[in-house]
Ligand binder design. Structure first.
Ligand SMILES: [Zn+2]
Length: 304
């Protein structure tokens, strides 16, 4: 069993074999997260340095970034070591401006997000970030390795990292929360996210580490149940949209009804994310024949 074994400043260190997860005292919900440190005999890999990580929190030889979101990149500023990410997210890992573009906000929302949300994360330019393909393996010495597993959907280049021989599978923002899968970016994919959930379910590991508040799940059977519930949120959104389209509606009207966020949530990204999520579900339902476009821009559930 993993036991918290010491405090380091405001980070609790939780050990899973050669893996240590640095969990902020205030918890790992956004904007925070649980940073993963993999220590081999020769080298240490640090994955997703969070907002709570400081220069003395770890002594890595290299960084790996699961995907280009601000909460996974915040602590990059503290470490002058090689940094890696999947090639499909690497441009946004290299540049905060490209990262912002990936949200696809209209100009006023983009400016508001850049001004109000991003500054505490302290994102920096890392034009030297190294693009790695799926299957890339970090050999850390003493038989410890960390292999990049492409799990797209959340972003195009979202990746997990499988640490062996310990059997610790970091699955990043396949985060198993009740909120459910997030696929509201320009590079997000609904079909990709579903395939990635299924891919994780097929990997027999001992531990499955998420970046946020659900932390580390132990056991293949347990994670398969959690993944099924998580996947169920997608099915619930799909059904809510189908029910809504008993009456014809436009994309804007669907977005107002909100498939993702609760009604009281007010943030610069809500409208864009609702529209994109609705669009992805609409496209899937149109492809299935479950929804028809009654006239240009007006959608309704197929009869029968
Ligand atoms: Zn993310």
């Amino acid at each position: 069993m993993a036991e918290p074994d010491r405090q380091h400043g405001e980070l609790e260190h939780r050990r899973y074999g050669s893996v240590t997860v640095l969990v902020p005292a205030e918890g790992a919900a956004y904007p925070n997260g649980g940073t993963v440190v993999v220590a081999g005999a020769d080298a240490t890999l640090l994955i997703d340095p969070s907002l709570a990580v400081r220069a003395d929190s770890a002594d890595p030889d290299a960084l790996m970034i699961s995907h280009a979101h601000e909460d996974h990149l915040s602590g990059v500023r503290h470490f002058d070591v090689p940094i890696h990410g999947h090639h499909l997210d690497i441009a946004a890992i290299r540049s905060p401006e490209v990262l912002l573009d990936g949200f696809g906000y209209p100009p006023d929302r983009r400016e508001e997000f850049a001004r109000t949300v991003l500054p505490p994360f302290g994102l920096i330019e890392r034009p030297d970030a190294i693009a790695v393909p799926t299957g890339h393996r970090f050999d850390l010495g003493g038989g410890v390795s960390a292999t990049v597993v492409h799990l797209p959907g959340h972003t195009a280049g979202h990746c997990g990292v499988l640490v062996e021989p310990d059997g610790f599978f970091f699955i990043a923002d396949i985060d198993l929360t009740g909120f459910g899968p997030y696929y509201g970016d320009v590079g997000s994919s609904l079909a990709g996210f579903i395939a990635s959930i299924e891919a994780v379910a097929d990997v027999e590991a001992r531990w499955y580490g998420t970046f946020h508040q659900k932390g580390v799940v132990e056991g293949h059977g347990v994670v398969r149940e959690r993944l099924a519930a998580y996947r169920g949120v997608i099915d619930t959104r799909r059904q809510r949209l189908l029910d809504l389209l008993a009456e014809p509606a436009t994309l804007a009207q669907i977005a107002e009804h909100r498939l993702v966020f609760r009604p009281h949530v007010d943030a610069p990204h809500v409208e864009t994310v609702e529209r994109r999520t609705a669009r992805l579900h609409l496209d899937a339902l149109l492809a299935d024949g479950a929804v028809v476009e009654a006239e240009p821009g007006l959608f309704r559930a197929a009869p029968g």
